[in-house]
Design a protein around this ligand. Sequence first.
Ligand SMILES: *Cc1c(COP(=O)(O)O)cnc(C)c1O
Length: 384
Amino acid sequence: MPFTQLQNELDERAAQGLLRQRRMIAGPQSPHIEVDGRLLLSFSSNDYLGLANHPQLIKVLQEGALKHGLGAGAAHLVSGHSEAHHELEQRIAAFVGKPAALLFSTGYMANLGTVQALVGRGDTVFADKLNHASLNDAMLLCRAGVKRYRHGDMAQLEQLLAQAKGGRKLVVTDTVFSMDGDIAPLRELLALCEQYDAWLYVDDAHGFGVQGEQGRGSMSHFGIASPRIIYMATLGKAAGVFGAIVAAEQAVIDTLINHANSYVYTTATPPALSVALLESVDLIEQGDELRTHLHRLIEQLRVGLADLPWRLMPSDTAIQPLLIGDNQRALELSDGLRERGIWVVAIRTPTVPQGTARLRITLSAAHSEADVGRLIEALHELAR
Ligand SMILES: *Cc1c(COP(=O)(O)O)cnc(C)c1O
């Protein structure tokens, strides 16, 4: 049977401590969550503002479903483009300071579709080595030449840009790196793009809602704006719902509507989600208290874990990875925390480079100081 080979490969992964498994949760996303039948304190979600279970969002989602029904019924270019989708695009474009925006079903699809629509054979994509997996896949799909630069290494990027011949140039980067928590140097990136006439595609999955003035994202955080920047935000993380938006010049958006396959050939998302997202953007805009609380928790965690044998990676964001190194050791620590009623996921290769397995701690404005205190205490116990 051909399955024997698959099973052997899976067994081998398991022996290396690399087998991926799902844990089943009951009830809504929250810091206090039932996982495989046990109530755990979770530091494992990207619900940075605690909006995933917000009563106001649930209420408007219900109203949206009553008004628009459930399924969109067709792709946007057929008969699925609802006024709710359209209003959301305009709202987010204005919120992040761009002339136009386009709603995609997911961030993964936004990355695949946008890169593929903007560059092709004869063009070159320049990418940070630690970019999200969906950007790596997007580069393979688009058929452009690919040049990867060492994480954050602007000197190497400049060399690569200087060597590029002809065609369009697209620099692609995470803003807040999803497994590291650090932030790309967007000012320097933009300056290089201006110097070498390249476009800058920024994936702000972990910045939108959290970074910048009123949560407007990483462009606002750095105080930069440019028609060269093509901005992508996902809407299932801090925004607490589902989906993704690409915001850019009108000509870019019109190009995506015509050429981004993952936009053209897929059913539009339920319009009620866009109704909920309109409310979510309001909550983000008014969410300074949530962001202030979140930053206090980040500070509390960094101070509280400063004297552990493992070090927190350099990060000012809600993503606070604790570097362990060995895959098996990271799993053991994650298990040890679970025995103490705390859920932190161990991230291993190939998601992160070999030898850099880590506990990816993520904080949310829905955590209390007591919650973070419990995590600090448990990690000290495990270190002893
Ligand atoms: C989560 C994530 C995505 C994918 O977004 P989805 O909406 O979950 O598909 C893309 N890029 C980065 C950096 C992410 O963290």
